[in-house]
Design a protein. Structure first.
Length: 169
C-alpha cells in the first residue's frame, strides 16, 4: 500500500518529456509531464512542455497529493493549481547557485498552502541537494549528508494549522 513517485525521460510522438509517474498498489495512477521548462538549462532545446491540465490534485486513500516538477516551483499560477493538497511533491534538479532559492521557495510553498512539501533535489556535485520534508508550520527535516530522510505524516498537524490560521483551504 505504498505510494511511489518517480520521474523519467519519456518519448512520445518523437518528442521527449520530463515525466512524473505516481504508482499505488503496483499501478500507475497519475502521470504528469513538466509544463514549465527551464530556459537556462537548455530544456527548451531538448524537451517538450507537458499539459497545464495535468497539474492537479489526485486523491489516494483520502490523501490529496499534487506535484510541481523542478522549475515549476517558481510559478504562483501553478501554486493555485495545487492549492488544497495535503502533500505537494517537488522532484527537482536545482543547481548549486540557486540552493537558497530552492529551499526558500519550498518552505514558502508549505506555509502558503498549509501542507506538507516533499522537496527532492538531485545530490550530485553540480546540484544544490537541499531535499527536505517541510511541515505546514514550516518545520524542516533536512540533512544533505544523508541519502534518505523520513518523517511520519501527521494529518492532525495539518488540520490544526488550517483551523487556527484559517485562510480558506
Amino acid at each position: 500500500d505504498k505510494i511511489i513517485a518517480l520521474t523519467f525521460i519519456t518519448k512520445k510522438d518523437g518528442k521527449f518529456y520530463n515525466t512524473l509517474y505516481i504508482f499505488h498498489n503496483q499501478k500507475i495512477i497519475h502521470t504528469q509531464a513538466k509544463y514549465k521548462l527551464f530556459p537556462l538549462g537548455d530544456e527548451l532545446e531538448y524537451f517538450s512542455s507537458g499539459n497545464f491540465e495535468d497539474i492537479k490534485i489526485i486523491e489516494i486513500n483520502g490523501l490529496k497529493i499534487a506535484t510541481l516538477i523542478c522549475f515549476e516551483l517558481r510559478f504562483p499560477e501553478l501554486w493555485e493549481k495545487v492549492k488544497g493538497a495535503d502533500i505537494i511533491l517537488n522532484p527537482a534538479m536545482w543547481g548549486l547557485k540557486r540552493k537558497d532559492h530552492y529551499e526558500s521557495i519550498s518552505k514558502a510553498l508549505a506555509l502558503v498552502n498549509q501542507c506538507f512539501v516533499i522537496a527532492c533535489n538531485s545530490a550530485d556535485d553540480n546540484m544544490a541537494k537541499g531535499s527536505a520534508i517541510i511541515s505546514p508550520f514550516g518545520n524542516v527535516i533536512k540533512d544533505d549528508l544523508k541519502t534518505k530522510i523520513e518523517s511520519k505524516f501527521d494529518f492532525e498537524e495539518m488540520k490544526k494549522v488550517r483551523k487556527y490560521i484559517n485562510i480558506g483551504l
